[in-house]
Design a protein around this ligand. Structure first.
Ligand code: FBP
Ligand code: MG
Ligand code: MG
Length: 349
């Protein structure tokens, strides 16, 4: 347990006076102030006006927009106008918006993650990715969002749960800050998080089982067989349907998350958006010693092609993530089909 303030953490990060770092730290401060206000709105629940429900609108990806989605987007874009941010790209906006053309960074954001949980009083959040601005002239600057996730300067999310927390990386570990109402500020709650490489817990929306490809089905089948299957250990399963909540849990106690592509219409690349969901989560997870793939390839190596592009996402404890990749790349050598497992089965019989 450590107890530096977020301000102290950011001040030490900008100590060398690098202008990009300065811009990142000012932006994170603005995001944090806005998250505190968002939390107050969320805490009012159905008693507050921002909870009125659907506006009957949908975002560019076809998701129904709830009032709180739009409210969160309005809040964060206003906040980013107070920060040195050139471009603001959001799940809720079809195209990125130019804020300060001379500023050095671009912010990609999922203003409200886990929207389907708003009315159920389950944790929701805000995910952000901060990238350096690239591209000349100004009209070419949207290219900033199409850099591989490995170019991110910082990434993080706020989780509006039993605690308001910020999980942040600026490229030197993954840091968890919890908002202290008493002190009115975010305090660092843990040293840099280290994710256990092994796990016995997986998270997937099992309702889609029949739509998955065989590799994903076999992986899950092997987990479900527990001590009687090739894994020879019991597994636990979780699905909160809130990416921020799943990520927080995995950072705290290990585990693996899967949202693969499946055969449903529109789900060939899964559900998670690359630029403002998968990339920041992958950066946080890698900085904690975990791994993140599109089932096979490292997420942070992918070059985005469009602002709202979806990507299959697997992340969490590194050994488990790499194991899942092998179900896709060498299916005949893993799980129940592995020669060693069959031998063992013969001996047992
Ligand atoms: O409802 P499903 O298909 O299980 O999907 C749940 C996933 O969708 C998301 O809610 C997508 O994010 P949004 O709420 O920002 O659209 C993730 O947080 C979550 O992991
Ligand atoms: Mg989301
Ligand atoms: Mg969202």
């Amino acid at each position: 347990m450590v107890s530096a303030t977020l301000d102290a953490f950011l001040s030490s990060y900008v100590a060398g006076g690098d202008p990009l770092r300065l811009a990142v730290s000012q932006t994170v401060r603005q995001l944090a102030l806005t998250a505190v206000t968002m939390r107050k709105t969320i805490n009012q629940g159905a008693l507050g006006s921002a909870f009125a429900g659907h506006r009957g609108r949908s975002n560019s990806d076809g998701d129904a927009q709830k009032d709180l989605d739009v409210h969160a987007d309005d809040m964060f874009i206003e906040a980013m106008r107070q920060a040195p941010v050139c471009l603001y790209g959001s799940e809720e906006l079809e195209h990125p918006v130019v804020l300060d053309p001379g500023a050095p960074i671009a912010v990609a954001i999922d203003p409200l993650d886990g929207s389907s949980n708003i009315d159920t009083n389950v944790s929701i959040g805000t995910i952000f990715s901060i990238l350096p601005v690239v591209g000349e002239p100004v009209s070419e600057r949207n290219a900033s969002f199409f850099q591989p996730g490995g170019a991110q300067l910082a990434a993080g999310f706020f989780i509006y749960g039993p605690q308001l927390a910020l999980v942040l990386t600026v490229g030197n570990g993954t840091h968890v800050f919890v908002f202290s109402s008493r002190l009115g500020t975010f305090m660092q709650a843990y040293e840099s998080v280290v994710l256990a490489p092994k796990t016995q817990e997986f998270a997937i929306n099992a309702a889609n089982y029949r739509h998955w490809d065989e590799s994903v089905r076999l992986y899950v089948d092997d987990c479900l067989k527990g001590t009687e299957g090739p894994r020879e250990k019991e597994f636990n399963m979780r699905w909160i349907a809130s990416l921020v909540a799943e990520t927080y849990r995995i950072l705290m106690r290990g585990g693996v998350f899967l949202y693969p592509g499946d055969k449903r219409k529109g789900y060939g690349e899964g559900r998670i958006r690359l630029i403002y969901e998968a990339n920041p989560i992958a950066f946080l997870i890698e900085q904690a010693g975990g791994a993140a793939t599109d089932t096979v390839n490292r997420i942070l190596d992918l070059t985005p092609q469009s602002m709202h592009q979806r990507v299959p996402l697997v992340f969490g404890s590194a050994r488990e993530v790499h194991r899942i990749a092998r179900y896709h790349t060498e299916p005949s050598s893993i799980g129940e089909r592995a020669p060693l497992f069959n031998n063992r089965g013969l001996f047992r019989a």
